[in-house]
Design a binder for this molecule. Structure first.
Ligand code: SF4
Length: 230
């Protein structure tokens, strides 16, 4: 099992976590930081600053997730056409931009299962005025966190050595591969998160509600019909 020493990294090697929901603390801002009119501009109206139409920058990414939350994002359907008149996408599966630049809103799907996830999350937090945890995996670890009941060594042994059909199985150890964390973590254990949208996945309507509330400088509020945890 010596080879495991080369692939395990501990979350406690990272700086102290910053917990909790809320705005105004380290790394987060109030929605009032947006220079936007209220209520939300109508489709086609745009957000004008002088003669210029100003769009908010939005970035999205999937960490230890299944892209189901991004699929749910696409479930806002034809309202996407309305949205793209008000926002510009930075890093996102929709644009294929590889690094997150300065943004107004960052949306994170998935929790943290390896060192690359932590790196990308920190890049988003450093660049995004508001950070949103989208879906159960980002909020509490979700399905990938089921592995937390077992040690990483046991899991790697089971997957790469013990499964039926494996002949001379070995644990991948290429330096190009991101180091796995010993446990899967929700994102708020590493950076400050401003808003949480629960659900696996959250509905397109819930995502639309939060985004339009932020665009209109309202504190996001999910009504009874929009919030669920399954
Ligand atoms: S919350 Fe559900 S849909 Fe979203 S990434 Fe996790 S498993 Fe996939």
């Amino acid at each position: 099992m010596n080879e495991l020493n080369h692939v395990v990294t501990e979350l406690n090697e990272l700086p102290s976590p910053i917990y909790g929901r809320g705005v105004g603390g380290e790394g987060g801002v109030s929605p009032s930081a947006f220079p936007l009119p209220s209520p939300l501009p109508q489709a086609g109206e745009g957000i004008s600053e002088g003669n210029e139409v100003k769009k908010l920058k939005v970035a999205t990414t999937s960490l230890a997730g299944c892209f189901g939350c991004h699929m749910s994002f696409l479930d806002i359907d034809e309202r996407l056409l309305e949205l793209v008149k008000l926002v510009e996408f930075d890093r996102s599966p929709l644009t294929d931009i590889k690094h997150c630049g300065p943004c107004d809103i960052g949306i994170i799907e998935g929790g943290l299962c390896n060192a690359e996830n932590v790196h990308v999350l920190r890049e988003f937090r450093a660049n995004c005025k508001i950070l949103i945890a989208l879906g159960a995996c980002a909020v509490n670890g979700g399905l990938p966190a089921q592995r937390n009941h077992l040690s990483l060594a046991t899991i790697l042994e089971e997957v790469y050595h013990a499964q039926h059909g494996l002949v001379s199985g070995f644990i991948p150890n290429d330096p190009e591969l991101p180091l796995p964390l010993d446990k899967v973590h929700p994102i708020h254990e590493v950076v400050k998160v401003d808003y949480f949208i629960p659900g696996c996945p959250p509905s397109g309507d819930a995502i639309w509600q939060v985004l339009t509330d932020l665009l209109a400088e309202r504190e996001p509020e999910l009504g009874h019909g929009l919030i669920h945890y399954d």
